[in-house]
Design a protein around this ligand. Structure first.
Ligand code: NAD
Length: 503
């Protein structure tokens, strides 16, 4: 048996129960079908075979989950931080123990290659560990004093919150939202993406088996326009943490207006990787290709615009094209695979539509630009050259292994092109000139920048975007700020006399 065959057999074993019994909602500790009895089908991007029937939740299921989360909040929010920490560390350990199952399931559900999803599953555990450690001090604040007054500032969990996640790296992304919410003392109703709901079911099962009390984490599956919308409108839900498209963020803001929802958005990106001629070009080629072709390019921080100084543009693009042509496209469970199938035929069609758009607007397809095979959503890693920043391929988020390369002349030109987008999530800068790096990072419009590196994460550092790429920051204490209310209580330090009105 090859490693691939072995992985396929194990993945089938892990997914057998979902295939047979369906993917249920999980409310107040119980796996249950949608109130309406309706289901929808999910397919594998590997071969378009049906993976499972999923509960099609709607407002009734969201209401039930919100009531459960509200009841559980009364207990969980008063559970000492040290006890929440203990339970969440056990969740992290349980994730580690089942990391293989999570990774294999997620590969089949999303099409992402195992080499990346194994790491993503463990990152889910790291998210729980990191935020668990901060649970005991999450309510801490500060004291400010004047000669006559002492202010004590502290934090309280905001209440039950809604977490709405997209289909790319769903396990890792949902833990990035859910772990800090639970550590802060909030309870959660999670609405996973309809294309990839498998690992949300695993997470809630794992968490409860590790001791998370029932009702603290609830999952309602369903469409964004029904289950997702109902979650954003539910009056018991105090805040919405959302990861997804910028346009969906606008919808959620409108939907949440009547109940004055607090919102946290991690949205789309069209992130530049800017390469100057003084950079370490070997490293820059590796990083530019890694950041667009790993995880199928279906990642918000992918470096989807390659800005290269004009005097090295042709050589650099030739090297990137060479890497792209040699990337192994294949079954996501093959250990050799780098690019697996795209998430769904609908998304594949969208990504492939940019091949025609690119040529009709005058760009060149220097690598890729084709479908691979007859079954499954496989396409070749693609590079567009001779592009300008006003082209559709430079402005729209393609969200696939598709890179648009644009030449620039000098720093001012690079900045103008990099900032000429509605998005502002991440930027990558390659130069060995420190002063240039300082000048550039001072002016680049992005929430996160990496100098001479790909996206390397440090969990205490803030994560989030500017412009249409998001509202708010995750990571460190920023996550707690979102999930908690800051309360101030003032005490007199000396006998206090209020001015009497009137005579
Ligand atoms: P999407 O916006 O279509 O869907 C995301 C989630 O929102 C899904 O669960 C969906 O069901 C739900 N939804 C859709 N309409 C809704 C509505 N009206 N009300 C409430 N919920 C609704 O996004 P997607 O296609 O699943 O994911 C890809 C997008 O996510 C890309 O734009 C990508 O850049 C973005 N993303 C951003 C980050 C980040 O950190 N900035 C991370 C990952 C993905």
């Amino acid at each position: 048996m090859t490693k691939l065959e072995d992985n396929i057999a194990r993945a089938k074993g892990f997914m057998a129960s979902a295939a047979e019994n369906g993917v249920m909602n999980h409310i107040d500790g119980a796996s249950i079908p949608a109130t309406s009895g309706k289901t929808f089908e999910i397919i594998s991007p590997v071969d378009l075979s049906v993976l499972a029937q999923v509960a099609a939740g709607d407002a009734a299921d969201i209401d039930a989950a919100a009531v459960a989360a509200q009841a559980a909040f009364k207990i969980w929010s008063k559970t000492p931080g040290s006890e929440r920490r203990r339970i969440l560390i056990r969740v992290a350990e349980a994730i580690e123990a089942r990391a293989d199952e999570i990774a294999l399931t997620e590969c089949i559900d999303t099409g992402q290659a195992l080499r990346f999803m194994s790491k993503a599953a463990l990152r889910g555990a790291a998210n729980f560990r990191f935020f668990a450690d901060q649970a005991p001090s999450s309510e801490d604040g500060e004291v400010t004093r004047t000669p006559t007054q002492m202010n004590t500032t502290s934090r309280r969990p905001i209440g039950p919150v809604g977490v709405i996640t997209p289909w790319n790296t769903p396990f890792m992304l949902s833990t990035w939202k859910i772990a800090p919410a639970l550590a802060a003392g909030c309870t959660v109703v999670h609405k996973p993406a309809e294309f990839s709901p498998m690992s949300a079911k695993l997470l809630v099962e794992i968490a409860e088996s590790a001791g998370l009390p029932k009702g603290v984490l609830n999952v309602v599956n369903g469409m964004g326009e029904t289950a997702g919308k109902a979650l954003t409108e539910n009056p018991l839900i105090k805040a919405i943490a959302f990861v997804g498209e910028s346009q969906t963020g606008s919808h959620i803001m409108r939907q949440g207006a009547d109940t004055l929802k607090r919102v946290h958005f991690e949205l789309g990106g069209k992130n530049p990787v800017i390469v100057f001629d003084d950079a370490d070009l070997d490293q820059a080629v590796d990083a530019a290709t890694f950041m667009i072709y790993s995880l199928n390019g279906e990642r918000c921080t992918s470096s989807s615009r390659l800005l290269v100084q004009a005097n090295i543009y042709d050589d650099f693009c030739a090297r990137v094209a060479e890497v792209a042509r040699n990337i192994k496209v294949g079954h996501p469970l093959d250990p050799e695979t780098v690019v697996g199938p795209l998430i769904h035929p609908i998304h594949e069609e969208k990504v492939m539509s940019y091949f025609d758009i690119a040529t009709s607007e005058g760009a060149t397809i220097a690598a890729g630009g084709t479908k691979v095979g007859d079954t499954g959503c496989y396409i070749t890693p693609t590079l567009f050259t001779n592009a300008t920043n006003d082209m559709t391929i430079a402005q729209e988020e393609i969200f696939g292994p598709v890179l648009t390369a644009i030449p620039f002349n000098d720093e001012a030109d690079a900045l103008r092109i990099a900032n000429d987008t509605q998005y502002g999530l991440a930027a990558y800068l390659w130069t060995n000139d420190l002063n240039r790096a300082i000048r550039m990072t001072d002016e680049l419009e992005a929430g996160m920048m990496w100098v001479n590196s790909e996206n390397t994460r440090h969990l205490p550092a803030p994560f989030g975007g500017v412009k249409a790429s998001g509202i708010g920051r995750d990571g460190g204490d920023w996550s707690f700020d979102f999930y908690m209310e800051t309360i101030n209580v003032s005490f007199p330090r000396a006998p206090h006399k209020t001015p009497r009105l009137g005579s």
